[in-house]
Write a protein that binds this ligand. Structure first.
Ligand SMILES: Cc1ncc(COP(=O)(O)O)c(C=O)c1O
Length: 385
């Protein structure tokens, strides 16, 4: 039985019990290495589920973005467009490769890359080397509109689907729209391998090159021979065993995440100041994190909610702070539809990520919802005095 002081997490690892079978097998056969049956099968499981083509299991989603962009030819002096409202791992690899990120604002409909702002960026930078799209908090970006623009300019797309495994756009799995797709299995993701990622692609050469670079670029010779710089980015066979067990419960996890979103939506339906993250009608989110925004005139702020929750040992977070406002990236260009008006900044200022841990019980959800409701009720009664 949970007491009031037991922490409610934002999103923490949720094992199914099926993982140990694969890990034990790796131990029993001594495949304690960055290759083996679990790695091969995990790549296959993810590709079978998503229809992605080929997969290369790696040590992190960030590593997958790094090598994916390298495959797309990104190098020193290049321009790469990237969604601004995201985690820094979407754009750090652009800088690892010596290229310049150019940030694109979000649209309100999906919180993802705004096609109109993307179009504006092309007017000033007609030849970016790649575009990095992101499917934020489990929801797909609007790929018909985005790919319509990028294909006219022949720009390859890297789809950062780190947060959206299992989500769809017009019935097709996210991660499969870009020339390169990336999933993350970090501890907080919809399924986890403790840490890990996967690069997926329909391009056989891309798979071959990324696998080669990720394994220290060892040429096929009887001795160690290197014609290219390599990386130690492969996923271990133990870790991939966790992934195999987790893939078996992905649908279950998505169903629970949706339940959590619907629970909060219902609980807050009478609070005018609260708006749930919009769910665009072009797809089915995996609801990785339930997010919401507070209306501009709300007297209860995001900070009030986060600190009230923290006092009750409940984890909640601000929305990602847009990359173009980060000290490390603020010198790079940023495109919005209307100069001076940023959707990403507005969502950051008014947005909150609610605890969305799939291990939460109805009692946990009630505890969180009641706390938020109390804050708004106290505010109304204080105003009435
Ligand atoms: C949008 C986004 N991109 C990339 C990453 C990086 O993934 P990883 O932590 O596996 O390196 C994450 C999560 O951590 C993410 O949320």
């Amino acid at each position: 039985m949970k007491n009031n002081y037991e922490r409610i997490h934002l999103a923490s690892p949720h094992m199914s019990g099926l993982e140990m079978e694969f890990i034990t097998e790796a131990f029993d056969t001594n495949w304690i290495a960055p290759l083996g049956e679990n790695v091969d099968q995990f790549e296959k499981d993810v590709c079978d589920y998503t229809g992605a083509g080929y997969g290369v299991a790696l040590s992190s989603g960030t590593a997958a973005i790094h090598l994916g962009l390298k495959y797309l030819g990104v190098k020193k002096g290049d321009i790469v467009f990237c969604s601004s409202l995201t985690f820094s791992a979407s754009c750090n690899p652009i800088v690892y490769l010596g290229a310049t990120p150019v940030f694109i604002d979000s649209e309100y409909e999906s919180w993802n890359m705004c096609p109109k702002a993307l179009q504006k960026a092309y007017e000033e930078y007609p030849n970016p080397k790649a575009v990095v799209t992101v499917n934020l908090y489990g929801q797909s970006a609007d790929y018909d509109k985005i790919l319509n623009i990028t294909s006219r300019h022949n720009t390859p797309v890297l789809e950062d689907a780190a947060e959206s495994l299992g989500a769809t756009y017009k019935g097709v799995q996210t991660g499969t729209f870009g020339d390169i797709g990336v999933y993350s299995f970090n501890g907080n993701k919809i399924i986890t391998t403790s840490g890990g990622g996967m690069m997926v692609t329909k391009n056989k050469l891309a798979k071959k090159k990324v696998r080669f670079w990720a394994s220290q670029s060892k040429d096929d010779r009887p001795y160690y021979f290197h014609t290219e710089i390599g990386y130690n980015y492969r996923m271990s066979n133990i870790v991939a065993g966790i992934g195999r067990g987790q893939m078996k419960v992905l649908d279950e996890r998505i169903a629970k995440k949706k339940y959590i979103y619907e629970y909060y939506k219902k609980a807050f339906e009478d609070i005018d100041e609260i708006e749930m993250m919009p769910i665009a009608d072009f797809g089915e989110s995996n609801y990785w994190l339930t997010c919401m925004t507070l209306k501009e005139d709300s007297e209860i702020s995001v900070k009030n909610i986060i600190s009230a929750m923290e006092k009750q040992n409940i984890d909640s977070r601000h929305i990602w702070k847009p990359m173009h406002t980060q000290p490390v990236f603020e010198r790079y260009p940023f495109f919005t539809v209307q100069e001076g008006l940023s959707c990403a900044e507005d969502i950051f200022n008014r947005g909150i990520c609610m605890p969305s841990d799939t291990k939460m019980t109805d009692m946990d959800l009630k505890r969180v919802a009641d706390l938020v409701l109390e804050l708004f009720e106290e505010n109304v009664s204080a105003g009435a005095v």
